[in-house]
Ligand binder design. Sequence first.
Ligand SMILES: C[S@@+](CC[C@H](N)C(=O)[O-])C[C@H]1O[C@@H](n2cnc3c(N)ncnc32)[C@H](O)[C@@H]1O
Length: 301
Amino acid sequence: MNEAYHIPVLLDEVIENLNIKPNGIYVDCTFGGGGHSRMILEKLGENGRLVAFDQDADARKNVPADDRVLFVPQNFRHLQRFLKLNGIEKVDGLLADLGVSSHQFDEGERGFSTRYDAPMDMRMDQRQTKTAYDVVSEYSEQQLHKLFEQYGEVTNAKTLARTIVEVRKTTSLKTINGFKAGVSGVVKGNPNKYFAQVFQALRIEVNDEMGALKELLVQLPVVLKPGARVAIITFHSIEDRLVKVYFRDNSFDLSEDNPFTMSEKEVTLKPVNKKPIVASQQELKRNPRSRSAKLRVAERV
Ligand SMILES: C[S@@+](CC[C@H](N)C(=O)[O-])C[C@H]1O[C@@H](n2cnc3c(N)ncnc32)[C@H](O)[C@@H]1O
């Protein structure tokens, strides 16, 4: 594990809930610094296997020299395809620890952090073409409004969207400082907090984080063996809601008010806990990043 790269959150809780079988095949969808993966490997025997996905090329340097590990430098939205390509049909458990790593924030030139001046980039996968600059320079006012409101909970999302569309006619929004200066007139409250929310929204959009999560969720019933567990850590209320609803209804369309439709559907996943697991006081003290982490676990029926 590389703690300078990222400190894993809810580590004991994830490992405990995955019920790891020594000879099983496990997937870590978000390898990062490899903190969770290392603990999974400790529980695996000689014949166990771990498939580790990460779409950020930087994560590869943390992959241990261990024959049981297969690193897949791809978006986890292609989970089933890359498992198949490697001769794997079904797995015994899966983890996704969503969002970005501390490493991605700390590398100023990647453009994730408001602390540095750098290009408005924010791509986790640098093979992708769409950057944060493309979003702020090409999206319509309505699209910007929606994403700042939904993904950033920015209080004056509409005003911010209107300002961006106005300012970009005359000013370059190519860099973080350029962007911050361009919208400085509409910042509300603490600027650090405000820009953190704005950047979170842009990051989620650039990396299509909600789209990737939905695609991952619908593949779970297909790739998990009966009895296999899935653990997902989210850091945003929209993500948590998607996971909660999918674990409960095995679909995104059903609501609690519609038990009738549920009874007609084959149940493939069952939530293990009603409430999400959150960080202990001890972990909160050690790692403030664990503050907004929510872990949900489900089992393949
Ligand atoms: C929160 S970090 C994971 C940290 C890891 N659990 C650890 O202990 O070090 C999230 C990682 O997942 C990767 N990631 C996020 N979304 C992804 C996706 N859709 N496909 C593949 N990798 C993704 C990011 O590049 C980042 O390295």
